[in-house]
Design a binder for this molecule. Structure first.
Ligand SMILES: Nc1ncnc2c1ncn2[C@@H]1O[C@H](COP(=O)(O)OP(=O)(O)OP(=O)(O)O)[C@@H](O)[C@H]1O
Ligand SMILES: [Mg+2]
Length: 311
């Protein structure tokens, strides 16, 4: 089973308006709730692709109840830790005339040390023990910035394969624990390494640097250019076909889900990378925050180009 941990989930509110006017009243054309949070997205995609997964994390308040209901509707297994405060809510306003999207994001609720302890106890006591665990996204206020470091160390001691997909200080602190797999995008990798990654050669060098630091599989995703991925013996450039992109939201989460799923099934790095890029690109074919559809992943799979690079 692949467990995912979302410390800072959200209930996303999507509002569509015909022509957004500032300083005036706008009437919405549609309003939709969506579950938000990177780990939750990873679990949703693993479920969509037929894998065994369960989503863990913090959930609180009325919005937390709505989030749980939505996940139940998607049939995604979850076992959240309750917190006193309301989970955050992101507002996404889409202007149907200009196709511009305005996001208003929240930092997240204050989480107490007692609530954090409950979550740590829960995920260290999952039975049967998961084979893989994915830590993804931001960390809410009140939770120490090095929480991913602590959690990864504990999971490694239990023999669980660890995956980290985060940014900024949470990624920097987390990688000190040498998770098995990371998949930053170019911006996140730049922040991690403290260098600019302008060319493909820069990205290749960055992936090799991360692997030589002791992380087993390093992948840097590059939007429409696909990704560069390596372990200690091999390195691949993986490129998706040209597609008509509707929305790139959740593309990276779909990539992580497919990569971990295939590896957990004993797939080679090459096979897992192909599926990962097919899933990421399939997510761009769906509108808004909708994630990838299995049928799209399958039809894109043979069109993904995997090139072995010299190590
Ligand atoms: N414009 C695009 N055209 C085709 N494929 C894309 C495009 N953007 C993203 N993808 C696919 O999705 C994968 C991940 O994209 P990206 O590098 O943007 O991830 P990310 O920044 O981590 O995304 P997220 O915001 O979901 O975390 C890419 O490797 C690619 O397969
Ligand atoms: Mg990402």
């Amino acid at each position: 089973m692949i467990a995912t941990v979302t410390l800072n989930p959200s209930l996303d509110r999507h509002v569509a308006v015909d022509n957004l006017v500032l300083d005036d009243t706008n009437r919405w054309v549609s309003m939709k709730y969506q579950p938000g949070g990177k780990g939750i997205n990873v679990s949703r995609v693993i479920y969509e692709l037929g894998g065994d997964t369960k989503a863990y994390g913090f959930v609180g308040g009325v919005d937390g109840d709505v989030l749980k209901k939505l996940l139940k509707g998607h049939k995604v297994p979850c076992d959240f830790t309750s917190i006193k405060n309301d989970i955050r809510s992101n507002f996404i306003i889409t202007d149907l005339k200009t196709h511009r999207q305005t996001r208003i994001s929240a930092p997240g609720p204050q989480v107490s040390s007692g609530e954090l302890k409950k979550l740590v106890d829960k995920i260290t006591g999952i039975k049967p023990k998961p084979t893989h665990i994915v830590f993804a996204g931001s960390v809410p206020p009140g939770v120490p910035g090095d929480i991913y470091y602590e959690l990864i160390v504990r999971m490694q001691a239990m023999g669980i394969v660890t995956v980290l997909d985060s940014a900024d200080q949470w990624l920097r602190e987390g990688v000190r624990a040498k998770p098995d797999i990371i998949k930053p995008n170019v911006r996140e990798a730049q922040g991690l390494l403290g260098v600019e990654l302008k060319t493909e050669e820069d990205v290749i060098y960055a992936v090799k640097t991360i692997v030589s630091s002791g992380i087993k599989i390093a992948s840097i995703s590059r939007g429409r250019e696909g990704m560069i991925i390596a372990d200690k013996d091999q390195i691949f450039k993986v490129v998706p076909p040209d597609v008509q992109v509707l929305s790139t939201v959740g593309a990276g989460d779909s990539t992580v889900a497919a990569l971990v799923l295939k590896l957990s099934q004993g797939g080679t790095l090459e096979d897992a990378s192909r599926l990962a890029v097919a899933a990421g690109t399939a997510a761009t074919l769906t509108a808004g925050t909708e994630l990838c559809h299995k049928a799209d992943v399958e039809s894109l799979l043979p069109q993904v180009k995997v090139e072995r690079l010299l190590f």
